[in-house]
Design a protein around this ligand. Structure first.
Ligand code: ADP
Length: 890
């Protein structure tokens, strides 16, 4: 066995580079110390010096040996740095002549060793400590020179000279070896990178040839299976053939997905950007998927907003792929109920818009903890629920990668066992300002392609040639086109094709690409240039197992008249022929009325999706009219009494709760909905909106719904909880503001920024008749409530920084107190926004309200003064005879 030398060991990449650096440094330090010891023996007779160096030599050796053996390199490196910087340097300094000795040179060495051997925080700590020690040594040398043991001048000079030479040589060797080591490492890394690239290229080549090879037999299986399905066969055979068809398609999808993944991995996935017709794209999509939904008895709804541009620029094929994946999943993972697709548009600037596709289902849903893994390749989540559903876990990963490439994004909102919503946003360039309008799927092609065969046309006078080296492929094409009555010739080589094209004029030629001797591209060129050839002007369509965009590009560049990928269906072959055959040769067959009807029926009646839905709690004290007009979703708080738990506003009202409290001393507690209730509430909102902004009562109020709303929002990507910092109609004012902004089409982010701006400009205060109710709710001591009452004090509760505080107390009759309260509220004068003023009250009669209104109007003119009875949950704390002026500053 060849003995491995030091250099081999140093450059041997099997060992960790830190360990190699450590061994190298330890060896050089050891050599330096040994040479110094020899020097001391020769020039110095002080025992202490010899002992010091001797111990250092033994220490370095022991530490290096121990660290390498136990693989504790970090520990060893720290110990050596400690020994050099903390012991060896200061001792050499003090006992070796201080500034005039060799210690300063050793200091440089110890600092260098720190920078080579240590990293992270340890390195910084050692640096700082070394510098402090050096400073201390110099300080001692200057301030207390007698502490330093001076050598004789000659001896000091010799020491300093020898150390200078030694350490310079050591440093240059050390740095030289390390530079070489790093150069070697870099070269090795580059070689490895190249190797990986080669492996990747080989893998890609493998995937693409595997895809080609697998497509050819699948072509035969799917093609011949389609022929079986066209026959008059019994139900059992139909069922078998349908199963073969789905298995074949599944296999095909798998190949496509693997091919895409390998392209993404090698960075070779590119988009093909071109203008496309949005309506046609959607029709195609719907046509592909509706039948699957129907087979599972699911309702399939589509809603396209009329302002979606009629034409866009982007990669239509990949967008379809993304949507097919997401819609397919929705259908796959839904047992009953519905799947819906909504398409909306958000203008970004004059040239671009965001197209928002929302796919919602009522399926099995996704667990909150699984959502972060949805887009990982090969990862299927919730295996218990999905094992019986076919899939590979590749789909969403590919979707995500395509969206990244397009600058788009995808968000998921899901409630486990209830359903999921996937929101896909894709920025697209605009072609013109034409809008899709009320898109008429009926007039457009592509809808309702039923999976069973429906013959499109007959053309007995047409003649076509199919060129393919594989006999089975020829048979499949001939059989699939049998019912069209087209005359079909087949040949197995380019040479044979040229013999026929010399004398026969074919309307269309289907040409395979990869054939031995003469390939399809070469054969097409020869047909086009064939002297006296009768098919020089025939339409030549490439029919190949080479899938992928780069092949599409290649065939387009080679000027083929069409591109079909194997496995090819009868319907695709017919469509391609229909495109190329002269119109007078073709007799088109009847339309698909039944399918058309069905297709349209599920397109109608679906709800319009909102971009942003605004929701809040029942404690926001908004009038019914506003709630209905703006479609504000309200989650009710509860009131807990001895009789049970009641939904505020539904099962209990303000008058009821006040009456109950007057008749009993039992406790009455307002309670916010919990996280589970909020989660279900948000899920419902997301079934008709892309985003939800939930405006909550101040988080600092006791029994606030804010924490549970925030907890629930974690389950969704698009639910934003905004802490209003207020309550009652002041919270309601913020809700109204949010509704106005949402109606103006503002994005959730901007709405929240605006709300943050106005938060400090809203005033919440109430004047209460007494503090009895607050005392009952244990918010103030009963003694204080009694005292205030006995003095006829009418306290004002003011909301400051989210908390309710006791403000001024007005004494005297209630009218007097009210006057003072109103005057104080309106003292801000011109700063007040006079559009709307809420007077939110508990237990006031009509006369009182009229008086309050008249008094306010005397003081200030408001466009609208809205009297709103506070909800039961608020009333519980205030009691009758309470009202508040809630308004906004400009
Ligand atoms: P698969 O081939 O398994 O469907 P995907 O990448 O398309 O792979 O999806 C990954 C996982 O995400 C699925 O296995 C499934 O658990 C979950 N999933 C995707 N869409 C839905 C949905 N609409 N409803 C419920 N679960 C879904």
């Amino acid at each position: 066995m060849k003995h491995e030398g030091f250099k081999d060991k140093l450059y041997n990449n099997d060992t960790d580079i830190r360990q190699r650096l450590f061994v190298l440094n330890s060896m050089i330090t050891e050599i330096l110390l040994v040479v110094t010891l020899i020097e001391i023996f020769l020039t110095d007779d002080r025992l202490l010096d010899r002992i010091l160096i001797g111990v250092a030599i033994l220490f370095v050796f022991a530490i290096a040996f121990f660290s390498v053996k136990t693989k504790k390199i970090k520990f060893g490196a720290s110990m050596i740095c400690f020994m050099l910087g903390f012991i060896f340097f200061p001792m050499t300094f003090i006992y070796g002549g201080g500034i005039n000795g060799d210690a300063p040179i050793w200091f440089v060495y110890s600092i260098l060793v720190v920078s080579i051997l240590l990293d992270g925080k340890t390195r910084i700590i050692f640096y700082v400590a070394d510098l402090l020690i050096a400073t201390a040594c110099y300080y001692i040398n200057i301030m207390h020179p007698d502490v330093v043991v001076e050598s004789s001048r000659i001896q000091g000079n010799i020491f300093s000279y020898v150390s200078l030479i030694l350490i310079s040589v050591a440093l240059s060797v050390l740095v030289g070896l390390e530079v070489k080591l790093f150069t070697k490492e870099k070269k090795r890394a580059e070689e490895q990178k190249k190797e990986i690239e080669m492996l990747n290229a080989a893998q890609n080549q493998f995937f693409s040839s595997m895809s080609h090879e697998i497509r050819t037999p699948i072509n035969t299986i799917i093609g011949l299976n389609e022929m079986i399905l066209r026959e008059n066969i019994n139900d059992e055979v139909v069922e078998d053939a349908v199963n073969i068809r789905s298995a074949g398609k599944l296999l095909l999808n798998l190949i496509n997905d693997i091919l895409d993944m390998s392209k993404f991995k090698s960075g070779k996935m590119h988009l093909l950007i071109a203008p496309y017709n949005t309506g046609n794209m959607l029709s195609d999509l719907v046509g592909m998927l509706w039948i699957r939904a129907r087979e599972k008895n699911l309702q399939f709804r589509i809603n396209v907003s009329p302002d979606v541009p009629a034409e866009l620029v982007g990669d239509e094929v990949r967008i379809k792929q993304i949507l097919i994946n997401v819609l397919n999943n929705a259908i796959k993972y839904t047992k009953e109920g519905s799947v819906s697709l909504t398409v909306q548009c958000e203008q970004l600037d004059n040239e671009t818009c965001n197209i928002i596709y929302t796919v919602s289902d009522t399926g099995i849903g996704i667990k909150k903890e699984d959502i972060p893994f949805l887009f990982s390749a090969y990862k299927r989540v919730d295996e218990d629920a999905t094992t019986h559903i076919e899939g590979t876990g590749l789909g969403l990963s590919i979707v995500k990668q395509f969206l990244d490439l397009m600058g788009g994004k995808i968000a998921v909102n899901s409630v486990y066992t209830k359903g999921s919503t996937f929101i896909v946003e894709i920025p697209q360039k605009l072609v013109n300002d034409k809008q899709i309008g009320e898109y008429d799927f009926e007039k457009n092609h592509g809808y309702g392609k039923k999976s069973t065969y429906r013959q499109k046309f007959e053309a007995p006078d047409a003649r076509i040639l199919v060129v393919d080296d594989n006999e089975a492929n020829l048979m499949v094409v001939s059989k699939l086109l049998r019912d069209t009555k087209v005359v079909i010739d087949t040949v197995r080589s380019g040479e044979a094709a040229l013999k026929l094209t010399q004398n026969i004029e074919y309307n269309v030629i289907f040409m395979d690409h990869l054939m031995p001797e003469m390939d399809g591209i070469e054969c097409k060129k020869r047909i086009r240039n064939q002297t006296g050839g009768r098919s020089r002007d025939s339409k030549i369509v490439i029919l190949t197992a080479n899938a992928g965009e780069e092949n599409r590009d290649l065939y387009a560049k080679e000027a083929f008249d069409g591109y079909l990928v194997k496995p090819v269906s009868g319907s695709e072959l017919e469509s391609e022929l229909l495109r190329h055959l002269p119109k007078d040769m073709v007799k088109v067959m009847g339309g698909d009325d039944e399918i058309l009807e069905e297709t349209i029926s599920w397109m109608h009646g679906s709800q319009k999706r909102k971009m942003v839905a605004i929701s809040t709690e029942s404690v926001a004290d908004l009038p019914k009219g506003f709630i209905e007009n703006y479609g504000i979703a309200i989650i009710p708080h509860r009131v807990r009494t001895e009789e049970g738990l009641f939904k505020d506003g539904y099962e209990i009202d303000t008058a009821g709760v006040i009456k109950y409290m007057e008749n009993t001393s039992n406790s009455v507690l307002p309670m916010a909905p919990d996280a589970k209730e909020h989660e279900a509430f948000f899920a419902k909102q997301l079934s008709y909106a892309n985003n939800v902004i939930h405006i909550s009562i101040s988080s600092k109020i006791e029994n606030s719904g804010c924490p549970s709303a925030l907890e629930a929002a974690k389950a969704f990507d698009n639910v934003f909880v905004f802490d209003s910092g207020h309550l009652s109609s002041a919270q309601g004012l913020m809700v109204l503001e949010a509704c106005r902004l949402a109606e103006n089409g503002m994005s959730p982010k901007h709405i929240i920024e605006e709300l943050e701006n106005i938060k400090g400009k809203i005033h919440t205060s109430f004047i209460v008749d007494n503090l009895d109710y607050l005392a009952r709710a244990k918010q103030v001591p009963p003694r204080m409530a009694n005292l205030v009452k006995s003095l006829m004090g009418r306290p004002v509760l003011v909301l400051k920084r989210g908390r309710m505080k006791l403000g001024k107390i007005y004494f005297g009759s209630s009218k007097n107190a009210w006057k003072n309260y109103i005057n104080a509220c309106l003292s801000a004068g011109p700063k007040i926004d006079t559009k709307v003023l809420f007077v939110t009250y508990v237990g006031l009669n009509k006369k009182d309200m009229d008086w309050i209104k008249a008094y306010i109007e005397k003081k200030m003119k408001f466009d609208q003064i809205i009297f709103k009875q506070a909800c039961a949950s608020i009333a519980v704390n205030c009691g009758p005879g309470t009202f508040g002026l809630l308004f906004k500053e400009k």
